[in-house]
Design a protein around this ligand. Structure first.
Ligand code: ZN
Ligand code: FE
Length: 310
């Protein structure tokens, strides 16, 4: 009788534990879906500076405070250091494109943390990533995070961006007040890609792969000398840099005012690009091509030169 009673008690205990566990999972799942659907929720993202001017981004899980996802770890060292210092755990790696300054640390981080890796479908990247393309969703449910993938070729042929929770991680395609160079793609591809990013909601936070803002702004101010938003932003970005702070994230609304590569349809930009090219330009990709060529040959004034974008 005593044995039956003990078994019954063990059964009760087990179901209680299971119920508690289920309740916990339900709450967490509920929290995740609530958070995902919360329009005002803002991602917590930390910048990890690397090399001369790269930013590696740590996206904090909204439901598990010690977990982060890393975007474009070009160097494992600074990422490991940030994780250690803040007592964080790595949950996943997102790659935007294959350049070494964005993927150089992937293999070491995978070895150390054994986490899933996501990378572009259209090009090879290290760490044996799950290769994702346009419209696919990277679901990291246990972290309460999910990102939609956009294919944005031009800088490289398979470059992708991750969009979610009001944030955009766009690697070397869109920079604040500028854009990436055309290493593998065409002007047509890049202007389409930038067009895709330019129509995201204005308050989308823009996390780029490099701190190029000041040197980009000095080019932008030559393209549009009368653009007040550019002048204002030179002051703001300048004071941020003086304090050693990143000028990022930017947002799409700000970029639509200060970034000549997102303003291809604006009269002033069209006119300036045509003047540089020496002839009329009819399509946006022609305007883009002229601007990009101009920027490639542009040397910023020494006062706000920064580093020359690669
Ligand atoms: Zn790159
Ligand atoms: Fe880069």
């Amino acid at each position: 009788m005593a044995a039956i009673y003990q078994k019954f008690n063990e059964f009760l205990l087990a179901t209680t534990v299971l119920n508690r566990l289920n309740a916990h999972l339900m709450v967490n799942r509920h929290a995740a879906s609530l958070w995902l659907n919360e329009p005002g929720a803002r991602l917590r993202v930390t910048a990890v500076p690397a090399f001369a001017d790269n930013y590696i981004w740590l996206i904090h899980s909204p439901i598990l405070p010690e977990q982060v996802v890393v975007v474009d770890p070009g160097d494992a060292g600074p990422v490991q250091k940030s994780l250690r210092n803040a007592g964080l755990k790595l949950g996943a790696i997102l790659i935007t494109h294959h350049h070494a300054d964005h993927v150089g640390g992937v293999e070491e981080l995978v070895r150390q943390h054994n986490v899933p890796v996501f990378g572009p479908i259209g090009e090879f990247s290290p760490g044996n990533p799950e290769r994702v393309g346009d419209g696919q969703v990277v679901r990291l449910h246990e972290l309460g995070l999910e990102f939609t993938v956009l294919e944005i070729p031009g800088h490289t042929k398979g470059h992708i961006a991750y969009v979610g929770h009001g944030a955009l991680f766009c690697g070397d395609t869109l920079f604040s007040a500028g854009c990436g160079r055309l290493f593998e793609g065409t002007a047509q591809q890049m202007s389409n890609s930038l067009g895709k990013l330019g129509i995201l909601p204005g308050n989308t936070q823009v996390y780029c792969g490099h701190e190029y803002t000041l040197s980009n702004l000095s080019f932008a101010s030559v393209v549009e000398p009368d653009n007040r938003d550019i002048q204002e932003h030179i002051k703001l970005a300048g004071s941020l840099r003086e304090r050693g702070s990143p000028t990022l994230p930017s947002c799409i609304e700000l970029e639509s005012k200060i970034n000549p590569f997102l303003r291809l349809g604006t009269e002033t930009v069209k006119r300036a690009a045509a003047q540089y090219a020496g002839h009329m330009l009819s399509s946006e990709s022609e305007i883009f091509a002229a601007l990009r060529d101009w920027k490639d040959h542009f040397r910023p004034s020494p006062s706000n030169a920064g580093t020359v974008p690669a």
